[in-house]
Design a protein around this ligand. Structure first.
Ligand code: GTP
Length: 637
């Protein structure tokens, strides 16, 4: 294919606006898939995607289309729509020259429509607005066209009105791709320069890299080098995605396709890497910013005998989803015996989890500490997982279960706080002026720091105007600061707020949806850090600190959060023989308290049950707490 007959494009949209349905129609119309087969959402290959009806991982397909007596090669790169996956969106866009911006004719512009538009705009891509679902009873394509003109400054006449479901006007979409998106600017005569924009791992064939060729040609048998690792590989297979892999002899500049070259894991085919021919080094492409985890959580198996299974499942899955970061907290786990001991006991906490096996010398140290069931604890592996957002975390969990058959419990997510250290001595000790804290137990005391910082995000809410008041109150309660308010038409308003990330991580989205009967949409982008009055809060049982429940809160929220934990802990404890005090404390000051009474009549029964369930109990002072109590207390936090 001559370069001028190639178009590389993506479809971007708010969740559920019909991106995958449109992709299916494009595939059918170009004969890439058979219309008669039940081919609903061919590009959504993962089970979790089919079940949840969302796209998680970007997929690519090459389409052949005849127009004006000429055949064109159209490379479609599908992208996920949800805020948590915008990393996948931006890297797909780097292989494109244009996008179809799909907007629902009834719902109009939503938060992720805006976010995705700006990703494409910043990448200087041609944007073709497509108004979908014109078959719906309440469709109002004229109104949506005006919104597009107002918010994106694209003349409403440029909008293509379609029904992806019924297949109405799909031809015009393909024609617009040919007419309005420029062919890639590439040089075939130059030496090979290929961008790795995605990679997947196949058990039998190793790494399959999705590549976009900027210059040159690549053939089976070529020797190629990764600019990132400088490792050399022989190309075993190249081809196009149609949408399944279809080997070809060569791939030429301007094309998008796959490459297999004996890379063993995805770290060898880093997203954003440049591949070139051995002995013909080229200036590497700019690459991508790596995905920044915003949410941290712990994962541990429901059944302890499954550690090894879970460990290998996580390893495999992270091979496939490079946006999940796995931290192995070697400093803590391999530190002194007591640290290990704490960590072993800190199982339900967000950060204490899978990863490092505690071997030999440490096992010795540990086992000398009395009164704890270490034989069991020693099998535990630790690490924490970082995610781009909550949905990303849930999807990861679901994939672990469905694709790797690993049952896990995910703990309450937390965000990375920072502390600026106050003395040269401390800076030397920590080797940094500013430390990041993802484990509340390590939260440094106020005497050691000049200030604490918390991550913030710029959030966009789009809502029908009737819910504005309620939503503004919700944002305020979440310590958010209003930055902007724009009417996108007479019934819809776009609000911009700066949110502390920890205020939205757990349940903001759910609250927003229920306040607005499901009509408001939300998206956010990273906005750095801000100073915050953070404090470490301890939870005590009869005066003894429960390590697992140490938490970092904003000073203003300490009472509410502390009281909530005390109440939930009270509800989850088994009946006790004596009265105990459950307290939330900041330093030596108790800020919330619950008392929990004894019940002598049940003494015999209880003693029996406790001796049976001994292993599952965590002893704090003389009070025993069932392990699942931690999860309950943390989960609803
Ligand atoms: P994500 O992959 O999660 O971002 O969603 P998506 O944008 O790919 O949306 P999808 O194609 O899955 O469509 C969402 C829902 O809208 C599905 O139930 C589709 O059947 C429906 N839908 C898509 N296009 C149309 C259309 O033109 N008309 C009508 N009435 N429904 C449509």
């Amino acid at each position: 294919f001559p370069v001028e007959d190639i178009r590389n494009f993506s479809i971007i949209a708010h969740v559920d606006h019909g991106k995958s349905t449109l992709a299916d129609r494009l595939l059918e119309l170009t004969g890439t898939i058979d219309k008669t087969q039940k081919n609903k959402q061919v590009l959504d290959k993962l089970q979790v995607e089919r079940e949840r009806g969302i796209t998680v991982k970007a997929q690519t397909a090459s389409l052949f289309y005849s127009f004006g007596g000429k055949q064109y090669l159209l490379n479609l790169i599908d992208t996920p729509g949800h805020v948590d996956f915008s990393y996948e969106v931006s890297r797909s866009l780097s292989a494109c020259q244009g996008v179809l911006l799909v907007v629902d004719a009834n719902e109009g512009i939503q938060a992720q429509t805006v976010a995705n538009f700006f990703l494409a705009f910043e990448a200087q891509l041609s944007v073709i607005p497509v108004i979908n679902k014109i078959d719906l009873k309440n469709a109002d394509p004229e109104r949506v066209g005006k919104q597009i003109e107002k918010v994106f400054d694209i003349p409403s006449e440029e909008c293509i009105k379609i029904s992806a479901k019924l297949g109405t006007n799909i031809d015009s979409v393909l024609q617009a791709v040919i007419e309005r998106i420029p062919p890639p600017k590439v040089h075939r005569e130059n030496p090979l320069k290929a961008l790795v924009f995605d990679s997947t791992f196949d058990q039998y064939r190793g790494v399959i890299a999705n590549i976009a060729l900027f210059d040159g040609v690549v053939s089976k048998g070529d020797k190629i080098v990764s600019a990132h690792t400088k490792k050399t590989y022989e190309v075993n297979e190249v081809g196009i995605l149609n949408p399944n892999e279809q080997p070809t002899h060569k791939l030429y500049a301007g094309q998008v396709g796959f490459l297999i070259a004996g890379m063993k894991d995805v770290t060898e085919a880093q997203i954003g890497d440049t591949l070139y021919l051995h002995n013909h080094p080229v200036e590497p492409l700019p690459g991508f910013k790596s995905a920044k985890p915003m949410v941290f959580a712990g994962v541990y198996p429901i059944d302890q005998s499954e550690y090894n299974n879970l460990k290998s499942a996580i390893e495999k899955l992270t091979l496939n989803d490079s946006s999940v970061t796995v931290h192995r907290d070697s400093s803590l786990a391999l530190g002194a015996g007591w640290s290990i001991c704490h960590w072993l006991w800190r199982l339900p906490w967000p950060h204490a989890v899978l990863g490092i096996q505690i071997w030999g010398p440490y096992a010795q140290t540990v086992s000398t500490i009395p009164s704890q069931p270490f034989s069991q604890a020693l099998k535990i592996h630790f690490c924490e997982l970082g995610f781009l957002g909550l949905l990303h975390m849930e999807v990861f969990n679901q994939r672990l279960e469905q694709e790797y058959n690993a049952s896990v419990i995910l703990t309450t997510p937390t965000v990375p706080y920072k502390a600026v250290l106050s003395s040269a001595k401390l800076i030397k000790e920590y080797k940094e002026k500013e430390i990041t804290i993802i484990n509340p137990a390590q939260f440094p005391d106020k005497s050691k720091v000049t200030e604490y910082l918390e991550p913030v995000v710029l959030g966009t809410v789009i809502t029908p105007t009737e819910y504005t008041g309620k939503i503004m109150a919700l944002c305020q309660a979440r310590r958010a600061i209003q930055k902007n308010m724009t009417f996108i038409d007479e019934n819809r308003v776009m609000l911009k707020y700066l949110f502390p990330l920890n205020e939205i991580v757990v349940d903001f989205y759910d609250s927003l949806k229920s306040l607005s009967s499901g009509y408001a949409s939300f998206d956010y982008e990273d906005a750095g850090y801000q100073t915050a009055e953070l404090i470490k809060m301890d939870i005590l049982l009869n005066g003894n600190i429960v390590e697992e429940l140490v938490t970092v809160v904003h000073r203003e929220k300490a009472y509410t959060v502390g009281k909530g934990i005390c109440e939930r802990l009270k509800d989850s404890l088994p009946r006790q023989l004596f009265e105990i005090a459950i307290q939330a404390a900041v330093g030596s000051k108790v800020i919330a308290r619950e008392t929990y009474g004894g019940d002598i009549t049940r003494k015999m029964k209880l003693l029996k049950r406790q001796s049976e369930g001994k292993k599952k109990l965590r002893k704090v002072g003389n009070i025993e707490i069932p392990k699942d109590a931690f999860i309950k207390v943390l989960k609803t936090q």
